[in-house]
Design a protein around this ligand. Structure first.
Ligand code: GAL
Length: 985
């Protein structure tokens, strides 16, 4: 069936006419009003057709028989209906930079494919007199991706684009008392698609709320709240002349358009929750607004709020839910904010579009800084050198202005929003300047942002993405880093505040090096300087729940896709905090506790730094504990008190005269009272230090246990070695012999990105680190030791590692039989490749699944991501040691191992380290299997428990979209020693 020609032709024209909308009323704030409103969310009738031309004829007619249509819940994206199953409406597609449709050349008209999936929606609703007696009735769409044409009772209202922006149609003359039929045709592609090339799942439909709003005669259509703070609170609300403004808590009554000073009011900041409930009333309507008094300023090269410099401990947030896509309910939004606040996040960049309006109410309420970004990205034009990019092509300027106007007008009353961002990765042309000019005119009270303003000629701040440490240092020190890009062009950037709008790409296992960024860009040592921190990329992994694990790009048969680059968040798709988020909290959190065990006896070993910008620490209690290998010893409270912002406290804890076993001091800062985002007792900051004991006495050697050779190999204590000197039996358990291990299943940060100068993972594979051949070159007895020399090298390679394994039978100090290993390994030949680790891996019985260790834990930790880990005694099962990154990869390392016991019903092994403390990973599969699995559900236990002990482990970095790890962090081949005692359990 084909719609009548006029309708079909009209749809097609409007799709690509470079006109942002036709029909909607002027943009305005979303106000919380007592005027009647009808939420039209629910079950609608729906049919998906291949193109707008195929819309069923007459489907907009109220009398149309829609029995061929099916039910669809609105709001939703139609591709999120059973995407991993029957996918009745097609599947989502993930793309980063590439456009999902062909891109017109700059000398061509804009076209979109004729194959343009179009959802035909019908919804019947009833209204009563409260609507029909209103002066006006508006029909509000909060988000339709990407083009909607709307009819009410068969009469066309117009059409709109701008997927994450509100459109309101005036339906006063089309609305009828009683039954009304709304029809909407939503097309997947339009010229708007070229402005919406964000790195995300591409999906379509009415994915945010639809509401009918009665507008009373003499009502309040719009308000602009100006609530500032300069030591006194000042309030001016632009609104209907004569409307009454009241703030009961401040006993204030005034009128719109009158500025008042309110001495009793307290300021709002992202640290000091101070919102005032106000009402604005006319005779016919009352609107509730929440007011926060604050003044944002760019003071030279410093951003201040209420006169204080602020630091962004921020994240970039896309809207995502693994089952509903970009349709989020309030519970999910609250979960995001609660998790952020619990982990020290104080700022959100709404990458790269305005979020659901409700989320911003919650940002005011939960206290975070918001950098609100317009729905704009044209990244795919970069492939053509940005030729024809809309921000430099006047044909598009109306669309750009329409987008920024709708962004600012909707959200202008939120205290949390302190900056407006023009968009992301859209090159920079006159269009950006026009947008910025409009914003500065309409709302000079906030700073403007656009990372792509590389000439630093337009917006108020200088921001970059994924800088190297050297680069950040150059900005901080105002030196020029040779070869640094983007190159300074005007010099104006040297006078602007600086922050990283994206850094620390949280893809897979990582990001590492957060503390290195923190030192350079967030440290209050630079308090009056222009360094303002940054926003980690990004908040959540956009995995799609398939019922057995999470899908990513390419799992839905896309012709083009960018694989798992869409899973790069600090929380897993189900919002489980990743180890990266814990590291964020430990390094970026505004409350810093440091323990220097050497200084504890001098009374100054504990330092608490209040890195908040406004508030003191009176909301926290600081407690200490001394713990002796898991046993509680002593605890107390530190008198930190109401330590003011930017101040430091030092003190200590009482220590026993003698420390014989590994003893740990743990200091924690806990909330003393419930907050909106956590209960009393929530740990805001925690750190630990190991009070190093005297070295343990060397285990003694029973005379009876010399290496004994027989026809099949060697016996030594509870161990047997084969003729090649490989450890193959432990007690009664068969082992897969221990070998040297240099390999880790590449993490996302080992894989190539355009920004990385190297591809660590590919280089490791090319060097054959995953397929080393281990050759025994000698086995002999030497003074009661079994000495085995092996050479490990890959096929075709000439470089190798020579390892000497010196085994000796021992009895441990608690009387257990065991063997001691002194291992030394040396590289030979040229080793240009970065290594994943230098350690050993051994296959233990699969039944050994119980693990206990003294070292850093309980969470996984790596050399450049270990601030969240605490020294102590930790117990768990092998399954709990795995971190299920969406794309399987190296995970689960724990460092600083003094003692590790692994066992089960059929025996076990206790390993103590002397001298330097190794790291361990224990898995039911090999690193090679981890590498080969593309999804978590492809990993199967292989009949062994694989134990890897690293003498040195590689860092994580964030090279998946960022610089290489700091040179001194990189792991290259080098001589290494490992000294372990293995004893029977
Ligand atoms: C940035 C971009 C983000 C995201 C990120 C990589 O360049 O602004 O949207 O694509 O890279 O994950």
């Amino acid at each position: 069936m084909v719609a009548n020609d006029d309708t079909a032709q009209g749809l097609h024209d409007a799709l690509t006419n470079l006109i942002p909308w036709d029909g909607p009323v002027a943009p305005r704030a979303h106000l919380h009003t007592d005027a009647p409103a009808l939420d039209l969310s629910g079950t609608w009738r729906f049919q998906l057709v291949d193109s707008p031309h195929d819309a069923p004829a007459g489907f907009t007619d109220p009398q149309f028989d829609d029995s061929d249509f099916v039910d669809l819940v609105v709001p939703s994206s139609w591709q999120m209906v059973d995407p991993a199953g029957n996918a009745p409406f097609g599947r989502p597609a993930y793309l980063n930079i590439n456009y999902p449709i062909p891109v017109p050349a700059s000398d061509e008209d804009i076209v979109v494919p004729n194959e343009n999936p179009t959802g035909c929606y019908r919804h019947t609703f009833e209204v009563g007199q409260d609507f029909t007696s209103a002066e006006r009735v508006l029909l509000r769409f909060e988000g339709v991706d990407s083009f909607a044409r709307v009819w009410l009772n068969g009469i066309e209202l117009g059409w709109t684009k701008g997927s994450r922006l509100t459109s309101e149609f005036d339906v006063t003359s089309q609305l009828r008392p009683g039954r009304n039929v709304l029809a909407v045709a939503v097309s997947q592609w339009s010229d708007g698609t070229f402005l919406e090339d964000q790195d995300m799942w591409r999906m379509s439909g009415i994915f945010r709320e639809v509401t009918l709003l009665a507008r009373p005669y003499g009502g309040i259509d719009d308000l602009f709240v100006h609530a500032s703070w300069d030591g006194d609170a000042k309030l001016l609300i632009d609104g209907p002349e004569g409307a009454t403004v009241t703030i009961p808590e401040l006993e204030l009554t005034t009128t719109c358009n009158t500025e008042v000073t309110i001495p009793a009011a307290q300021p709002w900041t992202a640290e000091t929750l101070r919102l005032y409930d106000a009402t604005v009333s006319t005779d016919t309507e009352t609107v509730a607004v929440r007011i926060g008094f604050r003044t944002v300023a760019v003071d030279g090269d410093v951003i201040t709020v209420n006169g204080e410099k602020i630091i962004f401990r921020g994240v970039n947030r896309h809207e995502w839910h693994p089952r509903t896509g970009r349709t989020l309910d309030e519970k999910t939004m609250r979960t995001d904010l609660e998790l952020m606040k619990r982990h020290g996040v104080n700022a959100i960049r709404t990458s790269h579009y305005p979020p659901n309006a409700r989320f911003l109410d919650l940002c005011d309420e939960y206290d975070v800084w918001v950098l609100l970004e317009c729905d704009l990205e044209t990244h795919g034009f970069e492939w053509g050198g940005w030729d024809g990019s809309p921000t430099g092509d006047r044909r598009w300027y109306d669309c750009l202005l329409n987008r920024i106007q709708r962004t600012v007008e909707r959200d202008k009353n939120h205290p949390a929003i302190i900056g407006w961002s023009m968009g992301n990765e859209s090159h920079c042309g006159e269009g950006i300047r026009l947008m910025n000019d409009w914003v500065k005119e309409r709302d000079p009270s906030r700073f403007t942002h656009y990372e792509g303003d590389y000439a630093h000629a337009i917006v108020d701040v200088w921001t970059v993405m994924y800088p190297s440490m050297e680069w950040v240092e150059a900005v901080r020190d105002r030196t020029v880093m040779p070869g640094a890009g983007p190159a300074p062009q005007t010099g104006r950037e040297r006078e602007l505040p600086f922050f990283m709008c994206e850094f620390a790409h949280a893809m897979g296992n990582g990001p590492g090096e957060l503390s290195a960024y923190e030192e350079r860009c967030f440290d209050p040592h630079f308090h009056r300087d222009r360094m303002h921190g940054g926003f980690v990329w990004e908040w959540i992994d956009h995995g799609i729940d398939t019922g057995r694990g999470y899908a990513y790009g390419g799992d839905f048969g896309e012709v083009l896709h960018d694989s798992n680059f869409v899973c790069d968040g600090l929380v897993m798709p189900d919002r489980t905090p990743s180890p990266g988020l814990l590291e964020f909290a430990a390094t970026m959190g505004a409350v810093r506790i440091e323990v220097d065990s050497e200084q504890l006896r001098d009374g100054t070993g504990i330092t608490v730094t209040n890195r908040r910008d406004f508030s003191d620490l009176s909301d926290l209690e600081f407690t200490w504990q001394l713990v002796d290998d898991g046993e509680y010893v002593q605890a107390g409270v530190l008198a930190v008190g109401a330590l003011a912002a930017h101040h430091t406290w030092t003190g200590t804890v009482p220590l026993p005269d003698e420390i014989s076993d590994p003893m740990v001091v743990v200091v924690e800062a806990k909330l003393t009272a419930d907050t909106l985002w956590a209960s009393a007792g929530h740990v805001v900051a925690r750190t630990s230090a190991l009070l190093v004991p005297e070295p343990l006495p060397q285990p003694c050697l029973p005379a009876s246990s010399q290496p004994r050779r027989d026809s099949s190999g060697w016996s030594l204590g509870p161990a047997r070695f084969d003729r090649r000197g490989r450890l193959v039996t432990w007690g009664t358990a068969s082992l897969v012999a221990a070998v040297l291990d240099l390999f880790r299943a590449p993490i996302d940060n080992d894989r190539a990105s355009a920004l990385a100068r190297n591809n660590i993972g590919d280089a490791a594979l090319a060097a054959g680190l995953d397929r080393l051949v281990h050759t025994t070159t000698s086995v002999h007895e030497d003074s009661g030791d079994l000495v085995v020399v092996t050479r490990s090298a890959a096929a075709a390679a000439r470089n190798s590692m020579t390892t000497t394994w010196r085994w000796r039978a021992v009895q441990t100090d608690d009387g257990r039989e065991g063997i001691h290993l002194d291992l030394h390994t040396d590289p030979h030949g040229h080793w240009p490749t970065m290594l994943g680790r230098i350690g050993v891996t051994i296959g233990l019985p699969a039944q050994w699944t119980t693990v206990s260790w003294f070292g850093l834990g309980p969470t996984e930790n790596y050399p450049d991501s270990q601030h969240a880990a605490i020294w102590g005694r930790w117990d768990c099962d092998v399954a709990d040691l795995q971190t299920p990154y969406v794309m399987p990869q190296e995970n689960g390392l724990r460092q600083g191992i003094h003692e590790l016991t692994i066992g089960g019903s059929s025996g076990g092994m206790r390993i103590t380290a002397d001298g330097s403390w190794p790291a361990f990973a224990i898995r039911p599969w090999t690193s090679q299997a981890l590498m080969n699995a593309a999804h978590t559900w492809e990993l199967e236990p292989d009949g062994h428990t694989w134990l890897t002990l690293d003498a040195i482990s590689a860092p994580l970095g964030s090279t998946s979209c960022g610089p290489m790890p700091i040179m001194s962090h990189r792991l290259y081949a080098q001589p290494v020693d490992l000294s372990l005692t293995l004893s029977l359990v």
